[in-house]
Design a protein. Structure first.
Ligand code: SF4
Length: 227
């Protein structure tokens, strides 16, 4: 176990019961500019929290080329009004180039490969300059996220992974958004509980968990970013 991994495991234990701002303050103090937030632009809650701990913090957004226009609009609004630096990562190939190489609609035929090309690889390359990254993962989103640590070790990338709102509920998120006037993607008011690429996202219905609308009917629940 290397020093960074030891640090992550210890912080995960010590900060388990700490409020999100305290977790992010620890991250800012420990990693400084080697720390970033990733955001899907469903909402800007973690970016907002992080900007208070580390003004001008890097907010990394993956532009897969398949996003809803509302998601791109949310990213642009976040960049315009928040004290953050939005960094947009793009895949090596445009959608047209990928279609030429693999055939069109790869997301329907092989979503794991499509996510690997358009999400996993660009994020891996984009995170290379950081030691720690924060996400908006929450334990109540789905069974696959139920054991998310507030600070853990991302063994695949050799980085500290921080989930400052892991213990939050949807009600906590809604309350924070209201209290601080945080930007949210308008699709959240249009029946989408979780927002990803347009071809792989549908609205959810009452009683479904938040991520039920992602890759619905395809036996896939995660894009591979958080495996
Ligand atoms: Fe491709 Fe769908 Fe994954 Fe987006 S979510 S990268 S469109 S498979």
């Amino acid at each position: 176990m290397n020093g960074l991994e030891q640090l992550a495991i210890r912080a995960g234990q010590e900060l388990e019961d700490s409020p999100a701002p305290e977790i992010l303050r620890w991250a800012a103090d420990t990693f400084g500019s080697r720390f970033c937030v990733t955001s899907s632009m469903a909402d800007a809650v973690v970016a907002h929290l992080a900007s208070r701990a580390l003004p001008g913090v890097d907010v990394v957004f993956l532009d897969t080329g398949y996003h809803f226009p509302e998601t791109i609009g949310t990213r642009d609004a976040v960049a315009a009004v928040m004290d953050v630096r939005v960094i947009t990562l793009t895949p090596r190939q445009s959608v047209a180039e990928q279609d030429a190489a693999y055939g069109s609609q790869l997301h329907d035929r092989d979503p794991d490969l499509c996510c690997a090309l358009r999400k996993v690889r660009p994020l891996e390359e984009g995170l290379a300059r950081y030691d720690a990254w924060a996400t908006g993962l929450r334990r109540d989103e789905s069974p696959t996220r139920a054991h998310t640590p507030v600070v853990g070790w991302d063994a695949r990338r050799g980085k500290v992974k921080i989930a400052p709102i892991a213990r939050w509920t949807q009600q906590d998120v809604d309350a924070y958004v209201t209290e601080h006037g945080v930007l949210v993607n308008p699709l959240l008011m249009d029946g989408y509980a979780s927002i990803g690429c347009a071809p792989c996202t549908r609205r959810t219905t009452a009683g479904e968990d938040a991520r039920a609308g992602r890759w619905a009917g395809r036996g896939k629940t995660e894009c591979g970013l958080h495996g």
